[in-house]
Design a protein around this ligand. Structure first.
Ligand SMILES: *[C@@H]1O[C@H](CO)[C@@H](O)[C@H](O)[C@H]1NC(C)=O
Ligand SMILES: *[C@@H]1O[C@H](CO)[C@@H](O)[C@H](O)[C@H]1NC(C)=O
Ligand SMILES: *[C@@H]1O[C@H](CO)[C@@H](O)[C@H](O)[C@H]1NC(C)=O
Ligand SMILES: *[C@@H]1O[C@H](CO)[C@@H](O)[C@H](O)[C@H]1NC(C)=O
Ligand SMILES: *[C@@H]1O[C@H](CO)[C@@H](O)[C@H](O)[C@H]1NC(C)=O
Ligand SMILES: *[C@@H]1O[C@H](CO)[C@@H](O)[C@H](O)[C@H]1NC(C)=O
Ligand SMILES: *[C@@H]1O[C@H](CO)[C@@H](O)[C@H](O)[C@H]1NC(C)=O
Ligand SMILES: *[C@@H]1O[C@H](CO)[C@@H](O)[C@H](O)[C@H]1NC(C)=O
Length: 416
């Protein structure tokens, strides 16, 4: 059987020559035009049945406090059609480390929106999906061609596409693979893929800096969401067995709980949960854990390992989620790491080592390449807890968590 990876190796120079594009922060306009003329989007399809959904659509808006989003009429109306996740948390500030976390299960200490290229020995959700050939894609509004790696586009003038809001482009394990790059596409590809019924089973959707509220406000991002989703919700191909998540990268105010307004919509939301609210503690890491539990995929062995699963999915797998006492929790800054600028976290040169032996919430072990790469190394953080913390800098410490297993046994802990 040819995996995508071996096919790339087989085609070797050919596919690379076709799709080789600049990995610079500011490629020249000539390079951009040349790539636009040659690089074609790639839209693999798959139909791997999941326990709770067959497709996951992850849509992110920007920088809004919970109450402000909840007050927006468009978002409030949409949330009523689905399940409101009242206790869903972003993992840090500013934007980029949150997007990074959604793909890599870690922030690597990032406390900035800089140009980062994360080494190829760091695995992502793309590697998890590849274990079962689950098709994935990203739709980034206004990215000039598939897999563009520049810092922004256009390179000057009003903000439109920005790299910091593109999760998978930050990872060399993605950008060194010509096929993977071509799965990072613009919004016109979204509508092409929709029309030709070749949408992937996992997709990440980033509106431009106007539509996502970054350079505007919730009135604009709420109206964009309404326009984007109302038509799609009528489309059986799009919505049947699909779980759509609308969330925010982070709150706008840094000094408060990083609890972001989040809801689930679509045909895969169980009928009895529609129009209700869920108090379970979730974070951006819970999405990775839930994708793994849904499709029987391994864990990255990072902060996805101990993250809670979507409540009704947890019931299907038998996993018991933790309750987290959030009275001492902010999740508004991250632990130390090599991507820190020493602004809100502490710089330290070593790349954090993931867990390789832990038992994770998703229940399907840890990715074999992670186990291979990091064997015999001690995990840097306690990745089995349901939220990230760091004893060394005191980040998110002193937080209590507990759960009661089905046999009545109580497990509890405190981050310290
Ligand atoms: C991963 O790659 C980085 C950058 O090349 C390197 O510093 C690090 O030692 C590697 N980690 C392991 C476990 O091989
Ligand atoms: C989107 O990408 C396609 C090719 O991948 C290109 O033809 C189209 O012009 C792009 N659209 C925009 C708005 O950049
Ligand atoms: C963002 O996209 C919308 C169309 O969805 C467009 O009207 C707007 O001009 C774009 N913003 C910028 C700054 O280019
Ligand atoms: C958003 O900005 C527009 C003007 O650009 C304004 O009319 C509207 O009231 C603002 N909404 C909020 C919630 O501040
Ligand atoms: C989607 O579900 C509806 C209602 O259950 C059904 O009528 C329709 O045939 C389904 N469409 C597809 C494309 O599966
Ligand atoms: C996180 O919140 C606490 C409590 O409000 C505050 O002291 C701290 O400065 C905040 N961190 C950041 C990065 O703003
Ligand atoms: C690595 O761990 C394996 C078992 O987990 C052990 O057999 C082996 O000796 C260890 N290697 C080193 C270099 O420590
Ligand atoms: C790590 O977290 C697990 C699960 O919450 C807990 O049982 C364990 O005691 C923690 N380990 C350390 C060293 O804090």
């Amino acid at each position: 059987m040819f995996t995508k990876q071996s096919l790339v190796t087989l085609l070797g120079g050919l596919s690379l020559a076709l799709a080789q594009t600049s990995s610079e922060e500011y490629p020249s306009l000539a390079e951009i035009r040349a790539a636009q003329a040659t690089v074609q989007p790639y839209s693999p399809v798959s139909n791997v049945q999941g326990l709770a959904f067959n497709r996951f659509v992850n849509i992110w808006l920007e920088n809004t406090d919970f109450d402000v989003a909840a007050d927006n009429e468009h978002l409030a109306e949409l949330a009523k059609k689905g399940l409101l996740l009242k206790n869903f948390w972003a993992v840090t500030h500013p934007s980029e480390p949150n997007y990074c976390a959604s793909a890599g299960g870690d922030t690597f200490g990032m406390d900035n929106d800089d140009f980062h290229q994360i080494p190829a020995n760091v695995s992502t959700i793309a590697d998890l999906f590849d274990t079962k050939n689950i098709a994935w894609g990203e739709y980034q509004e206004a990215i000039p061609y598939p897999g563009y790696q520049g810092y922004r586009y256009p390179e000057t003038g009003a903000n439109d596409y920005v790299r910091k809001h593109n999760p998978l482009i930050l990872f060399d394990s993605v950008t060194q693979d010509a096929l993977r790059l071509r799965q990072i596409k613009n919004f016109s590809s979204f509508y092409d893929d929709l029309e030709h019924r070749r949408l992937p089973q996992y997709m990440f959707i980033t509106p431009n800096m106007t539509n996502d509220g970054h350079d505007t406000n919730i009135t604009v991002s709420g109206a964009w969401t309404w326009r984007f989703l109302t038509e799609l919700l009528e489309n059986d191909y799009f919505t049947n067995d699909t779980l759509i998540m609308l969330t925010f990268d982070e709150t706008d105010t840094y000094e408060i709980d990083n609890n972001v307004f989040t809801f689930l919509l679509g045909g895969a939301v169980p009928k009895n949960l529609r129009g209700t609210q869920d108090d379970t503690f979730y974070s951006h890491y819970s999405v990775i854990a839930s994708l793994s539990a849904n499709w029987g995929l391994p864990s990255l062995g990072r902060w996805d390992c101990g993250a809670n699963l979507f409540s009704w999915l947890a019931e299907k797998t038998g996993y018991v989620n933790y309750e987290v006492d959030t009275s001492n929790l902010y999740m508004n800054q991250t632990h130390w790491g090599p991507l820190s600028d020493d602004d809100y976290s502490e710089y330290y040169a070593g790349w954090p080592v993931p867990a390789t032996e832990a038992s994770c919430s998703a229940g399907h072990g840890i990715l074999s390449t992670v186990k291979q790469t990091y064997k015999n190394l001690t995990a840097t953080f306690n990745y089995t807890t349901p939220f990230p913390y760091d004893s060394r800098s005191g980040n998110n410490v002193g937080v209590k968590y507990s759960r009661t297993l089905k046999n009545g046994k109580v497990e509890s802990g405190i981050s310290q």
